[in-house]
Structure formats: structure tokens, C-alpha cells
Design a protein around this ligand. Structure first.
Ligand SMILES: NC(=O)c1ccc[n+]([C@@H]2O[C@H](COP(=O)([O-])OP(=O)(O)OC[C@H]3O[C@@H](n4cnc5c(N)ncnc54)[C@H](OP(=O)(O)O)[C@@H]3O)[C@@H](O)[C@H]2O)c1
Length: 308
């Protein structure tokens, strides 16, 4: 099968388009014929070797987790998915990643694909939508009538967070650059802030800040929270002394993919409540250009690789 592999850590030149053997599922695994794979920043962070202490993957490594495709084969112990079923979710890079014609994963992180989405659109959903959901409702515990400031609201995590928050009846303030303000408004944000030209005072008094950026963005956010509020970061662990100083909480989350959550999100998508935004599509062989674009940090919605 065709796959994008790395044989060592490094720049985008380490991504190579190769022919490799098709993997076979063990009894508890699922083999998916991948139609589309989503690009996530963690893919190029892994490629750069930034996470090698946390995730010591073996080489050669097929990158990518987000995918949409059709179940090709299931192991003898898999009872929830059948060959021929259209699915989306995460394959497992330690087995065989998503930038390939076939990927291997576990049924616990794969679910039936949203019926109203193409494979290209469905591949844009799994990691970012589950991250946004878990940040807002499982960690932030937000309820209707509360308010949230969503940084990087035009990005993968942010664009889902805005839509989920609005669907739950929250007041949403989003930050973006000038060229993305209208896009963030179209997702439902009540207020949009150009983070290059405006201060963040319009967000003062929010119940939660969702921070997919870290650094200065996180540092400027503490004073915007109401006492007892929470800052949830997907990018950098918050400083507990700053949280204490502002009488708020701060935490960093790691997404916990679950097939049930993927099914719940698929139901929201099929009910027309949320929709992914695919801004660029590249063929599998052009994964290098796709990652370079992601690495610039200004993706609107998602970048997706077309495999079939
Ligand atoms: N911990 C986890 O489990 C987890 C899960 C998913 C993602 N993440 C991490 O979360 C981060 C975000 O992921 P993502 O997929 O949403 O990334 P992404 O789609 O690449 O984010 C791009 C967006 O960031 C915006 N942006 C860049 N700098 C900004 C700033 N200073 N203020 C506000 N917006 C800014 C850009 O908007 P403009 O072009 O308008 O500037 C762009 O739309 C990444 O670091 C990723 O690795 C972690």
C-alpha cells in the first residue's frame, strides 16, 4: 500500500511517500481502508521529535491518527464494527497511522461516520471535535447561560468549540485574525476579537477560557476570568501560582478519544448543529506541503489529505 512514512525525526523533508506492506489486524484490531486523513498539529510535532519522551514511537512510522474510511477487516474479538461499514475516528500510530491507504486501530476510538458528511469532511472531525467537547463540557463543566472565551476560534479545536458552545446556549467570544473574523462570526460567536489589533477586555468576566495557544495568549487570559472560573489549555500547562493569584483554576487537557463520543458528535453533525470546515485538500503524496501549511499556524478549520 502507499503510505507517508518517516524513518527519523526532522523537518518536512523526512516525510516520504513509499510502498509498504498492508498491515493485518490482530484479534482486537480494526483494519480501515482510509479515504481521507486529517492533519493535526501533533502530527508534525511528533515528526519534529518534540514529543519523543512522551510518545516513543518505533521507526519507520506512518504518521496521522484522524481518518475516515471503510472497514476492510476486523479481528476475531471485534464485535461492534463490520467490514464494509463507513467509519471515522482515530487509528493508532503505534500500529499503522492514517497517512496511508490502510490504517490499524481499535474499535474503542472508531465509530460509524456521520451520514451527512463526505469522507473528506469526516476526517476533519475526530481529534479536534473531541478535544473541544471534552474541554468545554467534561473539564470546564460549562452550562447553558455561562460564557466562554475561545482563543484561535478559527482553528481546528476553536471552530468546533464555538459551534458546540453555541449549540449548548453559551455566550461565546472568539479571537482570530482580521481575515478570519467573519468566519468565526459565521460559526455563531456572539463577539469576535482581532487579537492582533484589540485588547481582550470585551471578554472580561467569562466563566471559562479555552486556550489552544499557550504563551502570551494564556498569560493575557487570567485576568479575564471571573473568580472561580477555569482556564483550559490544549497547548501548555497553566502556571498554578497564576491561577491561585487570580482565584481561578487552570488545567491542560489531553484528548481521550472514545467511540461513544464520536457517535454523539456524529449525531450532532447529522442534526445540522455543527459542521467541520475543510479549508484545504492535498493528495496523500503531498503530505509534506500539507504539514508545512499546518505548521504556519493559520489554518482555517482543517487541512485534509485525500487518499482515495
Ligand atoms: N492536548 C490535546 O489533547 C490536544 C488536542 C488537539 C489539539 N491540541 C493542540 O492545540 C493546539 C491547537 O490545535 P488546532 O488543531 O486547533 O490548531 P490549528 O487548527 O492549526 O490552529 C490554527 C489557528 O490558530 C489561530 N491562531 C494562531 N495564533 C493565534 C493567537 N495568538 N491567538 C488566537 N488565534 C491564533 C489561527 O488563527 P488566525 O489565522 O486567525 O491567526 C488559526 O486559525 C495545537 O497546539 C495542538 O497541538 C492539543
Amino acid at each position: 500500500m502507499k503510505a507517508i512514512q518517516i524513518h527519523q525525526y526532522g523537518g518536512s523533508e523526512t516525510l516520504t511517500y513509499e510502498d509498504i506492506p498492508r498491515p493485518e489486524p490482530a484479534p482486537e484490531q480494526v483494519l480501515v481502508r482510509i479515504h481521507a486523513a486529517g492533519i493535526n498539529p501533533i502530527d508534525w510535532k511528533i515528526r519534529q521529535g518534540w514529543l519523543k519522551e512522551v510518545f516513543p514511537y518505533p521507526f519507520p512510522l506512518v504518521l496521522g491518527t484522524d481518518m475516515s474510511g471503510v472497514v476492510e477487516k476486523v479481528g476475531a474479538e471485534v464485535t461492534t464494527l463490520q467490514p464494509g461499514q463507513a467509519v471515522y475516528g482515530l487509528v493508532d500510530m503505534t500500529l499503522s497511522g492514517a497517512y496511508a491507504e490502510y490504517g490499524l486501530g481499535y474499535a474503542t476510538t472508531i465509530a460509524p461516520k456521520p451520514q451527512t458528511l463526505s469522507h473528506l469532511e469526516a476526517a476533519a472531525v475526530p481529534v479536534v471535535a473531541q478535544t473541544a467537547w471534552q474541554a468545554l463540557f467534561e473539564v470546564g463543566n460549562l452550562q447553558a447561560s455561562q460564557s466562554v472565551l475561545i482563543h484561535a476560534a478559527a482553528g481546528g479545536v476553536g471552530s468546533f468549540a464555538v459551534q458546540f458552545a453555541k449549540a449548548k446556549g453559551l455566550t461565546v467570544i472568539g479571537t482570530a485574525s482580521a481575515q478570519n473574523l467573519e468566519f468565526v462570526r459565521s460559526l455563531g460567536a456572539d463577539t469576535v476579537i482581532d487579537y492582533h489589533t484589540s485588547d481582550l477586555s470585551a471578554a472580561r468576566g467569562v466563566d471559562m477560557v479555552l486556550d489552544p495557544i499557550g504563551g502570551d495568549t494564556q498569560a493575557r487570559s487570567w485576568e479575564l476570568l471571573k473568580p472561580g472560573g477555569i482556564l483550559v489549555s490544549t497547548a501548555a500547562p497553566p502556571d498554578p501560582t497564576l491561577a491561585e493569584k487570580h482565584q481561578v483554576r487552570g488545567t491542560m487537557i489531553m484528548v481521550q478519544p472514545r467511540s461513544q463520543l464520536l457517535s454523539d458528535i456524529a449525531a450532532l453533525i447529522d442534526a445540522g448543529k455543527v459542521k467541520p470546515k475543510v479549508s484545504q485538500v492535498f493528495p496523500l503524496a503531498a503530505a509534506r506541503q500539507a504539514q508545512e501549511l499546518s505548521q504556519q499556524g493559520h489554518t482555517r478549520g482543517k487541512i485534509v489529505l485525500q487518499v482515495v
